[in-house]
Design a protein around this ligand. Sequence first.
Ligand code: COA
Length: 162
Amino acid sequence: MERKALYAGSFDPVTNGHLNIIERAAGIFDSLTVVIAVNANKKYLFSIDERLEIMRKATEHLPNVKVDTFSGLLADYVNEHGFDIYVRGLRATTDFENELQMAQMNARLFSRGTETLFLMTDPQYSFISSSLIKEVASFGGSVDGLVPEYVVSRIRSKFQED
Ligand code: COA
């Protein structure tokens, strides 16, 4: 039986921590859809088209990975597409409480018994978050090795635009 997994986030921008989770999940499941959230109330550095293009490039070496976008309730997207597994990455105990709450809420909303499954982040990426990357880069600090090489230049040119 084919196992369809989903990984979701804002990916503003995608980091090497996210990619580590994506590569590992793609190795476990038959197919993995990476879905990029569009939240009208959130201010993003990269537009949805830019995040989509960056994620497609970041995952082009993974043949069983698809990239999509969604807005609204994640559970609606999950139910509509019939995913078996919803993958989340856990970086530290501080992530746990919020993740537990979301997993338990989603369990009520998932209509086909979709399971939330946690992968522990590789320790070398456990301190990374997209906000921290943007903050460091906005002051001209180096984010080399924390995001894919071409994302480094994309972030740099964003802050040069301002
Ligand atoms: N490596 C590096 N960073 C990671 C990471 C990893 N493995 N895992 C998470 N992060 C970072 C993200 O970059 C993000 O950083 P930021 O806040 O600085 O941008 C932060 O940790 C939180 O990540 P995440 O929990 O994935 O949040 P998100 O905003 O990227 O995406 C959604 C959250 C979109 C999946 C979630 O809010 C959602 O489902 N929204 C839809 C509405 C909904 O259904 N709500 C009810 C939920 S029960």
